[in-house]
Write a protein that binds this ligand. Structure first.
Ligand code: OGA
Ligand code: NI
Length: 358
C-alpha cells in the first residue's frame, strides 16, 4: 500500500530512552524533550481511584485442565473474556526456572552499553530488533525502548536480531517461547469450548505465529507527564504478558477509567486482541490498555503476541454467526494490519475499518 510506505518514510527516528533517562538523572537541570510530554495527562499516578476495588480476574490453569474442576473454572474464563478482555493466569505450568532465567537474561541484555545493543537495531524499514517504536509526526513519543522479535514458527526466526549477550539469551528465549506457545494453545482450546466451537478451530486460525515485544521503561523524573506505551489494543488473538519487574505500570480501560493490573508473583497477564474479537464476531472484545512509568524505578515486561499468519483470512466464524448478522469484514490478516497502521496515520479507531455498517 503506497500510503503505508509513504507514512513509514515520514516516520521520525526517536532517541534511545534509556540513554536519555541516564542523561536526565545525571543532570537534573535538563528538560525532557517536549515530544514526550503530555500536558493533558493529569496526575495519572494519583488518578488511580482508591475506590476502585475491582481486580482483574484470576484464572487457575490447573483447575481449567482438571476434568473434575474445569467446568467451574471454564465459566470463570468465559466471564473474564466476555466482561473484561483481560485476566491473570496462575498455575500456568510454565517452569519457574524458565521464567526466572528469562527475566535475568532480559535484564542483563538491557544493561549492556548502548553500542552493544545497537548491533541489533532494526534494518531500514524492518520491525525486528532493538530500538524504539516507529513514530509518526504528530504522535507523542513513548518512554521506552524495546526488542521486537518473531519467535514462532521457529523457521521464521531471524537470528540477525537475536542478542548473543548474555550468552544464554537465545536458548532461554527459545524455551520461554515454546512454553508460552503451549499456554496460548491450552487457552485457545478452553476458549473454543466456551464458544461452543470444536477445540481445534481456534488453533487452526491462530496457528503458530508468535511475536515478542520486550519492553524496557526507564524511570522518568516527569513520570506523571509521560506514557510508557500509548493507549492501544493488541492486533493478534491472545497476548501473554510477563511483568518482569515488580513495578506497577500496565493499566486497562474499564468503565472509562484506567485500572492498574497489579504484578502478581508467578502469574501471566492475558488479554484478548483484535483478531479474536473479529473471529468471535465481537463476542470477546479487545480492550484498550496503556503503560505508565515510575519516577524512581525501571520496569521491564515481555508481551508475547499470538496471531494469525499474514496470509490467513480472518473474519467472523460461521459457527458463531450462525446465520445472524456479521459485524466485521473478512480479509487477509495482512490487509487488516495495514488498516491498523493507516488508522494511526488518520487518527481513527482502527476497528472502524473492520466493522461492517449494518
Ligand atoms: C504491549 C503492552 C504492557 C506492559 O507491549 O503491547 O501492552 O505492561 N505492554 O508492558
Ligand atoms: Ni499491548
Amino acid at each position: 500500500m503506497a500510503e503505508v510506505s509513504e507514512s513509514w518514510a515520514k516516520s521520525i527516528p526517536a532517541e534511545n530512552v534509556q540513554a536519555l533517562a541516564n542523561e536526565t538523572s545525571m543532570n537534573p537541570e535538563m528538560e525532557i524533550p517536549l515530544r514526550y510530554i503530555r500536558p493533558d495527562l493529569g496526575h495519572h499516578q494519583d488518578n488511580i481511584n482508591s475506590i476502585i476495588d475491582e481486580v482483574v480476574p484470576i484464572i487457575d490453569m490447573k483447575r481449567l485442565l482438571d476434568p473434575n474442576l474445569s467446568s467451574q473454572e471454564s465459566s470463570k474464563l468465559h466471564h473474564a473474556c466476555m466482561e473484561w478482555g483481560f485476566f491473570q493466569v496462575v498455575n500456568h505450568g510454565v517452569d519457574d526456572e524458565v521464567i526466572e532465567k528469562m527475566k535475568v537474561d532480559l535484564e542483563e541484555f538491557f544493561k549492556l552499553p548502548l553500542k552493544e545493543k545497537e548491533v541489533f537495531a532494526p534494518l531500514s524499514g524492518g520491525l525486528q530488533g532493538y530500538g524504539q517504536k516507529l513514530v509518526l509526526n504528530e504522535e507523542k513519543l513513548e518512554w521506552q525502548d524495546m526488542m521486537f522479535l518473531i519467535t514462532q514458527p521457529v523457521l521464521a526466526r531471524n537470528f540477525r536480531f537475536w542478542p548473543t549477550s548474555p550468552p544464554t539469551f537465545r536458548s532461554t528465549l527459545d524455551k520461554y517461547s515454546a512454553e508460552l506457545k503451549s499456554v496460548s494453545m491450552s487457552l485457545l482450546t478452553a476458549i473454543a469450548k466456551n464458544l461452543g466451537l470444536k477445540p481445534q478451530v481456534l488453533h487452526d486460525v491462530f496457528k503458530e505465529q508468535q511475536r515478542m515485544r520486550m519492553n524496557y521503561y526507564p524511570p522518568c523524573p516527569k513520570a506523571n507527564q509521560v506514557l510508557g506505551i500509548n493507549p492501544h489494543t493488541d492486533a493478534g488473538a491472545l497476548t501473554i504478558l510477563l511483568q518482569v519487574s515488580d513495578v506497577q505500570g500496565l493499566q486497562i480501560k474499564r468503565n472509562d477509567q484506567w485500572l492498574p493490573v497489579q504484578p502478581l508473583p508467578h502469574a501471566l497477564v492475558v488479554n484478548i486482541g483484535d483478531a479474536l474479537e473479529i473471529v468471535t464476531n465481537g463476542k470477546y472484545a479487545s480492550v484498550e490498555h496503556r503503560v505508565i512509568v515510575n519516577n524512581k524505578k525501571e520496569r521491564l515486561s515481555i508481551a508475547a503476541y499470538h496471531s494469525p499468519s499474514f496470509d490467513k483470512i480472518i473474519g467472523p466464524l460461521p459457527e458463531i454467526v450462525q446465520g445472524g448478522k456479521e459485524y466485521y469484514k473478512t480479509m487477509k490478516f495482512e490487509e487488516y494490519m495495514e488498516f491498523h497502521f493507516l488508522a494511526k496515520v488518520e487518527g481513527k479507531n482502527h476497528m472502524d475499518f473492520m466493522k461492517l455498517n449494518n
